[in-house]
Write a protein that binds this ligand. Structure first.
Ligand SMILES: Cc1ncc(COP(=O)(O)O)c(C=O)c1O
Length: 347
């Protein structure tokens, strides 16, 4: 009864931050925002709970208008979804037929491959050590693909993509650009959507806006692809409370920008401190996390877990060789506790 592809697919390994938080851990494994929502967001959520006997507005026009103001793009260029991952899936549903070729540079976010596989697409993985994409090489190796997934800043490497415009000009298929962490880098390709009809940019409220628990995502692209994604998304896919929270977060963007600045400052401090350990190699990051190679394999994620700190073990991820952990930048006290724990483990 179950399709073969569903049998063979490796399930997405979600970070288990809720479980770790319950145990009193310092949670640095899911690239969440460590700061609470703006007080107005909490009030808006409480207030909206009163309306939960009703369905939300099915076209999500208020949310789209708020996103349109935030990014200065037309409402007609915005599609919404129940998180970024649902939009990644919906793009695959809208575009891919059986055996359509899909190019995915790796190491990157594993949902790209899972969603494309669920459409029985033919996957073309192109490996670039630490996601240092070589534009000409990628253009050559992706010839004939219907779709390409790119991620900037990339999860789990943290770096951004150069020469995107060249890739967009030369690639004949659709480029799905995941910008889940864009606000931490200060870079975005949203403005390129007017120029390139083969670009769709996917964003989320889970990271910069700290609403991972409420599941709101959106995409920016040309009208044709936006209309298609809007058409196939399930009705009422985002709940009314989450919509209200996202709109209120957008009204308080200055608060989130200040938080972002603190996280970026902490990221740079953490990178500097971690680089002092001879056994660790830290990769430059423009996101809210750091990729770290453990030079001599010791099972670092497990050792940190024994110290009450959860980081993401990304060892074995396609395109990464050797032991690696991905560490989300936490609050200052959390990062300092991590550094102390590493001293106990590594020195
Ligand atoms: C690159 C990337 N895209 C999308 C997501 C998921 O975002 P959402 O919570 O909106 O599904 C993540 C989450 O970790 C991610 O790393």
């Amino acid at each position: 009864m179950i399709r073969d592809v569903v049998r063979i697919i490796n399930p997405y390994e979600s970070g288990r931050s809720a479980e770790y938080l319950k145990k009193g851990f310092i949670v640095l494994c899911s690239n969440e925002n460590p700061f609470p929502p703006h007080p107005a967001v909490i009030e808006a959520v409480k207030d909206e709970l009163r309306n939960t006997n009703r369905y939300p507005n099915p076209d999500y026009s208020e949310l789209k208008e708020a996103i349109s103001d935030y990014l200065d793009v037309g409402v007609e260029n915005i599609a919404v979804g129940n998180r970024a991952s649902e939009i990644i899936y919906n793009v695959c549903v809208a575009v891919l037929d059986v055996m359509d070729p899909v190019t995915i540079p790796v190491p990157s976010y594993t949902m790209f491959a899972i969603c494309a596989m669920l459409r029985d697409a033919s996957l073309n993985f192109v490996e670039y050590p630490y996601y240092r994409i070589e534009a000409e090489d990628l253009i050559r190796k992706s010839k004939g693909s219907k779709l390409m997934f790119l991620c900037t800043p990339n999860n789990p490497t943290g770096n951004t993509i150069d020469r995107l415009e060249e890739i967009l000009s030369e690639f004949n298929g659709l480029v799905v650009l995941d910008e889940a962490y864009a606000e931490f880098s200060g870079k975005s390709a949203v403005d390129l959507v007017d120029e390139f009809e083969n670009l769709i940019v996917i964003r989320t409220f889970s990271k910069f806006f700290g609403l991972a628990g409420l599941r709101v995502g959106y995409a920016v692209g040309c009208e044709e692809i936006v209309e298609a994604i809007e058409k196939i998304r399930l009705p009422f896919c985002i709940n009314g409370v989450a919509v209200k929270a996202a709109i209120t977060a957008l009204e308080n963007v200055d608060y989130y920008a200040k938080i972002r600045d603190r996280i970026v400052e902490e990221r740079d401090r953490l990178a500097k401190e971690l680089s002092k350990f001879e056994s660790l190699e830290v990769f430059p990051s423009e996101a809210n996390f750091l990729l770290v190679k453990v030079r001599k394999e010791i099972g670092l994620a497990r050792r940190l877990e024994m110290e009450g700190i959860a980081v993401r073990d990304v060892t074995g991820l396609m395109g990464l060789k050797g032991e690696h952990v991905r560490i989300t930048v936490g609050r200052e006290d959390e990062n300092s506790a991590l550094i102390e724990a590493l001293k106990r483990i590594l020195e």
